[in-house]
Design a protein around this ligand. Structure first.
Ligand SMILES: [Zn+2]
Ligand SMILES: [Zn+2]
Length: 299
């Protein structure tokens, strides 16, 4: 009799779990076939990418892109009750302009991903040993990006962290034969490092802020499962150089926004308004115009 009861319990549980699975499958199917009206409306503002020319990322990297279905079928991290905070880890000694920029990056990421974003106490450059440093081609000091990931960030486990990204003031290199790299990420460990070194533009601080916002949101977008975008001019486009980054939009195209929103479930109109406010307050007028267009299309 006891055996029978045990069996009944097992069957009951397995029915329960099948029911849950069916429900999940139904919801996933709905997401597949019916994009919410918001994404249909803003699609009108997507700008198709031109044919890649020599020097462009897509000229040398024949990428196939990632459909919404492929994204949904891929294994990617989504925020949970336990893990939902984005962390930034500054490494180095930053001047007052850079400190202000890090705080603006924090504010921006908080809006962009609609997740609480915190800046950890800064770490001194001394944490990088001599064997993970070198002098670059124009006399600048460079840090080995992999060392920052594996020997600095991997050891940190900030409370409720979902993604952890270091920001360095020094330049980075990925391996001895490479000249430099903007950043490096481990998607498995959800850690990344980006350098502020190449973002700066002495004559145009707004441009350097805009670059930093693009690079940071791009890198963290990868960690949430977004591949490079080939659909439209989009912040998830791959880039070979800073001039190429400058031609890329700070906006996620409608497809990439739909992918991101599938696991986050935030209010798109609220996010759009907050992004517009951020750009307005920070004199990023071209970026503000992009948000205004989306606002008009979704009214
Ligand atoms: Zn990328
Ligand atoms: Zn995109």
């Amino acid at each position: 009799m006891r055996k029978l009861l045990f069996l009944a319990v097992v069957i009951f549980y397995s029915c329960q779990s099948n029911k849950q699975e069916n429900q999940n499958q139904k919801e996933t199917l709905k997401e597949f076939t019916n994009p919410a009206p918001y994404f249909i409306d803003i699609k009108a503002n997507d700008i198709k990418l031109g044919k890649p020319v020599f020097g462009d990322w897509l000229y040398s990297h024949k990428e196939k892109g990632q459909s919404f279905e492929q994204f949904m079928e891929s294994k990617h991290v989504v925020p949970t009750k336990e893990n939902n905070i984005v962390y930034l880890q500054p490494i180095g000694s930053f001047n007052s302009v850079q400190k202000k920029q890090i705080e603006l990056v924090r504010q921006y990421l908080e809006i962009f991903f609609q997740l609480e974003t915190k800046v950890l106490n800064q770490i001194s450059n001394d944490i990088i040993p001599n064997h993970a440093r070198r002098i670059g081609d124009v006399g600048q000091e460079q840090f080995l990006a992999g060392f920052v990931l594996n020997d600095v960030l991997k050891k940190e486990k900030p409370k409720k962290g979902i993604v952890l990204m270091a920001l360095t003031e020094k330049d980075l290199y990925p391996k001895p034969e490479w000249n430099y790299v903007f950043g490096l990420a481990s998607y498995r460990d959800k850690i990344a490092v980006s350098s502020m070194y190449r973002m700066k533009d002495e004559t145009n601080p707004d441009l350097s802020l805009s670059r930093l916002l693009k690079i940071c949101s791009h890198e963290i977008g990868h960690m949430f499962g977004l591949h490079h975008c080939i659909e439209a001019n989009c912040v998830m486009n791959g880039t070979n150089s800073m001039p190429e980054t400058d031609t890329h939009s700070i906006r996620l195209c409608s497809l990439c926004q739909r992918k991101l929103n599938s696991g986050f479930k935030y209010d798109n109109a609220k996010r759009l308004n907050e992004l517009a406010d951020f750009f307005k307050h920070n004199n990023l007028t071209d970026e503000l115009q992009l948000m205004k267009k989306d606002m008009l299309s979704t009214q």
